[in-house]
Design a protein around this ligand. Structure first.
Ligand SMILES: [Zn+2]
Length: 323
């Protein structure tokens, strides 16, 4: 991979490349930001660049080190918590037992620690001791969704790079070769995460397909009696892992209906469904509190309330607010 192939995060890329060019590589980095911002991609690319024998603003992708990193087979590249399941004291003990030894093949060792906030307190304390006396030939790259979840003493010893979301305009500009409406939907649903927007327009992320499915289901819910709620039980059971996206899609749909009811069609997101939105707009109660209700259901589900009950409540409420 190349830095120029990673979308966005220009400032971070420049800083990483400069640190190699100027021989000012830190021993510990912290990449902070939401999922899908390219933290892991960039951590791997940075590791590859550190190992590359012919680095010149970009790794060469041809030397033996590049080839081994690209296939995740470099013996001096250590990825901790690859599965994202948690980091125990033993994992950090393993790290320590290798970090003070010589590298196998390269001049350095690189440690990528995914979801570093998942360290148990014992693991974090042990790790902190390593950070206090880091060996000169090791580079550690910690990744986290939120640095507040880490020990402040760990954060203060790292060079922090915050991955920021990208504006809708920047996303739209980088999607200019794609169909306008699809690009707009992707820009909206990606919530400022460029990689996600790209995946959506390229069909690697199926949120737009899900959107069509959910709009059809929503239409069925308000056009049938309570029987449909029982019919949909299996569907929602199977979709438990996607419920966040489903509630989001429904919420955007309901908000669009409100825009239509208030003659604010220019603000509608689901522009390709404007006729259906108008039909639904004629039937939804004025001053419906459905959006707030959906938010509460989403919170209930996150706090592990009975899932089936929460879904039933949601579907009954939708029916109630459409006459
Ligand atoms: Zn190389």
């Amino acid at each position: 991979m190349l830095f120029s192939q990673v979308a966005g995060q220009e400032e971070i890329k420049r800083s990483l490349v400069n640190s190699i060019n100027n021989n000012q590589v830190s021993h510990c980095y912290l990449f902070e930001g939401p999922e899908g911002m390219g933290k892991y991609e960039l951590a791997l690319l940075f590791a590859q660049s550190l190992f590359c024998l012919n680095f010149h603003d970009e790794p060469c992708n041809e030397c033996k080190n590049c080839i081994k990193v690209n296939s995740l087979n470099h013996p001096d590249l250590h990825i901790i918590n690859e599965e994202g399941k948690g980091i125990k004291r033993e994992d950090i003990d393993d790290l320590i037992s290798s970090i003070y030894k010589k590298p196998y093949e390269a001049d350095i060792k690189v440690y990528i620690i995914k979801d570093a906030h998942l360290m148990t307190p014992q693991a974090a304390n042990t790790f902190l001791k390593t950070l206090e006396e880091p060996p000169g030939d090791a580079v550690m790259i910690l990744m986290t969704v939120n640095s507040n979840l880490l020990l402040p003493t760990i954060v203060s010893r790292c060079h922090v790079h915050k991955f920021r979301s990208v504006s809708k305009e920047t996303i739209m500009a980088s999607l200019k070769d794609f169909d306008g409406q699809t690009a707009e939907l992707a820009a909206y649903y990606s919530k400022g995460i460029l990689n996600k927007a790209l995946n959506i327009v390229q069909g690697k992320d199926d949120i737009l397909k899900k959107r069509e499915e959910i709009i059809k289901i929503f239409d069925r819910i308000i056009n049938n009696d309570s029987e449909i709620i029982y019919e949909l039980e299996n569907y929602f059971d199977d979709e438990k892992d996607n419920i966040d996206s489903i509630i989001e899609i429904m919420t955007i749909w309901i908000r669009d209906i409100m825009y239509v009811q208030n003659n604010l069609e220019n603000l509608v997101i689901n522009k390709d469904y404007i006729d259906l939105l108008k039909l639904h707009g004629k039937r939804m109660k004025a001053n419906s509190d459905l959006i707030e209700f959906m938010q509460n259901i989403s919170n209930d589900i996150k706090s592990n309330i009975n899932y089936k009950l929460a879904i039933d409540n949601m579907l009954f409420k939708i029916q109630e607010d459409f006459k």
